[in-house]
Structure formats: structure tokens, C-alpha cells
Design a protein around this ligand. Structure first.
Ligand SMILES: [Zn+2]
Ligand SMILES: [Zn+2]
Length: 95
């Protein structure tokens, strides 16, 4: 399998999963596996749940108009409810 393992934190690549995990161990770089992407990604990426604006970006990706996206972004910036059950703390990420 010619798959390159790329570290989303520093964007370096490893050809081998062993070397890749070794790199993660040595550098402390982490991947996030929330539902924002179907692959492991850098925490805080645009569609990552660690990014507070991800719902707006997701809506945009699913075809919402600019106006709708702006509405959602506004809503998000007006309602920073840390107790919201819809969103999980970043610490919930398994990686
Ligand atoms: Zn790295
Ligand atoms: Zn994520």
C-alpha cells in the first residue's frame, strides 16, 4: 500500500506507519478524529469540531447560501455556550 502518512501538525510525511507513530510520539503532534472529516486531521482545522466556526463551514460545504452561512456564523459568535451538549470539549478527542 503506497500510502504516505502525513503529520497534520507539521505537514511532514512518513512512508511507514511505524515511523509516523514514532514521529507523533517524539514530537507530541496529535491528530483529531472528530466527525468533521472522514480522516484524521489537525485539531482546529476548518471543519474540525475544535474549530468554533465549523458548523458554519459545514453548512457552506453542504450548499447553504452565503447568507445562511453568515447567519450561522453570527449565531455561533453570539452564543458561546460552553455548557452546550451539542458540542464536545476538545479533550474528548481520542488522539
Ligand atoms: Zn509532526
Ligand atoms: Zn477534529
Amino acid at each position: 500500500m503506497a500510502f504516505l502518512f502525513r503529520c497534520p501538525e507539521c505537514r511532514t510525511r512518513r512512508r511507514d506507519h511505524g515511523l509516523f507513530t514514532q514521529h507523533l510520539r517524539e514530537t507530541g503532534h496529535r491528530l483529531c478524529r472528530c466527525g468533521g472529516y472522514h480522516f484524521e486531521h489537525r485539531p482546529g482545522s476548518p471543519f474540525c469540531v475544535a474549530n468554533p466556526m465549523s458548523p458554519a463551514l459545514l453548512a457552506s460545504r453542504y450548499g447553504a447560501s452565503d447568507e445562511e452561512v453568515a447567519d450561522i456564523a453570527l449565531e455561533l459568535s453570539l452564543a458561546p455556550t460552553p455548557s452546550s451538549t451539542k458540542r464536545r470539549p476538545v479533550a474528548a478527542c481520542p488522539f
